[in-house]
Design a protein around this ligand. Structure first.
Ligand code: ZN
Length: 464
């Protein structure tokens, strides 16, 4: 009997999908998921352990699937067992005294946020894929998103977790405390390692106080050098409540405020940069005047040339809808999308360099830039080219190349997956990559966990 038969015998036919049913499950991913050998849907940690033990014995590759909204082919399960955690979707409990939530890896992010809200708390992770993305996937990829400036990435929100190692060993690390320095913090091995070191099955996450005020504004900025000044000004003036500082370059703003996009300008076109700023606080009556004063003084200081404040929920939603309407880039197809990070001080020269190189090599290109400037994170989209693999490589070199000399990262928040693997060494030193290899071979000696992702050649090295 093969691995799939063994799994069917133990877990039941309905938990092991093959053929058309498996292919159907592999549809709708945000990046390629491949054609898995089977899609296995365990309903408990014990079943995950059994699956890994079985696959480990057979040397069979396993790829964990959450909401399938990853963007770098980290979930590509071509010829492997896809381990879907969708049935581990229970919110086990909320500790309202400690402010923690214990939940299964398959709980959708939005459901976790709703459950926190019901108890008067706030789970601050916020990203475009919130309806489908799962907590386990958020952990495996160390998800970022729109509020990192204030609350950090997923890593800062995870107190404890349970993970299953390649050989089926369950590691219960369900720590409930913010402070715990008893030895190595093992959960960090699994956060952001894209399913290559273990499979996360449960977690304890930290909840925050639910904000009682929300103020949102849109600001026009004439000069890049004023963007970091405006950021620092707003941080200081808002006393730690600044929660979003989302910058849109003019081309992005035009794209999402012009037909066929549904959005309309909240400030006139014609300014090089637009910023969505938001503050989450504790008292609307006090916070709104403070927010207005902060923006007013930014205008007076010449940091911004124009600003508008949302006066209603509808206006706030309209502002966020512009920032979130990344889908408009379909009008620029074919596109290549990038997610880089670099020091804010290097950003202007970096974008100038990328733009100049693209103009020289691909005159017809369209460059769209936006992102979480406060986190050093820019999303760069290059469209209107021939879309060939040769052009992809050329554009990758143009976008990633300049990051090497300034210590930037080829992946701010999307991860490495398959897509960025050739460039890992452009952002990490040889010693760092070598240590990653040591961890990989130690925890997954047969190389069965998400084979070939993140690190190149580890599967091969492990098999030798
Ligand atoms: Zn982002």
């Amino acid at each position: 009997m093969g691995v799939v038969d063994d799994l069917k015998a133990k877990l039941g036919e309905s938990a092991v999908l093959t053929g058309e049913a498996a292919e159907e499950k592999a549809q709708g991913g945000w990046s390629a998921l491949g054609t898995p050998l089977a899609v296995v849907r365990p309903s408990s940690t014990e079943e995950v352990s059994f699956i890994l033990k079985t696959c480990h014995a057979a040397g069979q590759g396993v790829v964990a699937w959450g909401g399938k909204t990853g963007l770098v082919e980290g979930g590509n399960a071509e010829g492997m067992i896809a381990l879907s955690l969708e049935r581990l979707n229970k919110i086990e409990g909320i500790d309202t005294v400690s402010g923690t939530m214990t939940l299964g890896a398959g709980v959708p992010l939005e459901a976790a946020c709703d459950a926190a809200e019901e108890k008067g708390f706030f789970f601050p992770l916020d990203l475009g894929a919130r309806g489908s993305a799962t907590i386990g996937g958020n952990i495996a990829t160390n998800a970022g998103g729109n509020r990192v400036l204030r609350y950090g990435m997923m890593r800062e929100m995870v107190l404890g977790l349970e993970a299953v190692l390649a050989d089926g060993t369950v590691i219960p690390a369900m720590n409930q405390m913010i402070k715990n320095n008893a030895g190595y913090d093992l959960k960090q091995l699994f956060i952001g390692s894209e399913g290559t070191l273990g499979i996360v099955t449960r977690a304890v996450v930290r909840l925050r106080a639910a904000p009682k005020s929300q103020d949102t504004g849109f600001v026009a900025v004439q000069d890049f050098k004023n963007l970091p000044k405006l950021l620092r000004h707003m941080e200081a003036a808002l006393g730690g409540t600044l929660s979003a500082f989302e910058v849109m370059w003019e081309d992005f703003y035009k794209l999402v405020t012009t037909e066929p996009a549904a959005g309309r300008p909240v400030l006139p076109h014609g300014t090089p940069y637009y910023v969505l700023v938001e503050s989450l606080g504790g008292n609307q009556e006090e916070d709104t005047p403070r927010f207005e004063t902060a923006l007013m003084s930014a205008l007076e200081a010449g940091l911004a040339s124009d600003a508008v404040i949302a006066k209603s929920e509808a206006e706030r939603n309209a502002m966020w809808a512009l920032r979130d309407d990344v889908a408009q880039v379909i009008h620029l197809f074919p596109i290549f999308t990038y997610d880089v990070s670099l020091r804010i001080a290097d950003m202007e020269a970096y974008i100038d360099e990328v733009r100049a190189a693209l103009t020289a090599k691909i005159p017809e290109h369209k460059l769209i830039v936006f992102g979480h400037l406060g986190d050093g994170n820019l999303h760069v989209i290059v469209g209107k080219h021939d879309g060939t693999p040769e052009t992809r490589r050329l554009v990758e070199e143009i976008v990633y190349g300049p990051l090497r000399k300034i210590g930037g990262s080829v992946s701010a928040e999307h991860g490495i997956g398959l897509e960025k693997r050739p460039y890992l060494g452009w952002s990490r030193s040889p010693a760092e990559v070598a240590l990653m290899g040591v961890l990989k071979r130690t925890l997954d000696p047969k190389g069965i966990l998400n084979p070939g992702k993140v690190l190149e050649g580890e599967m091969k090295a492990a098999a030798e």
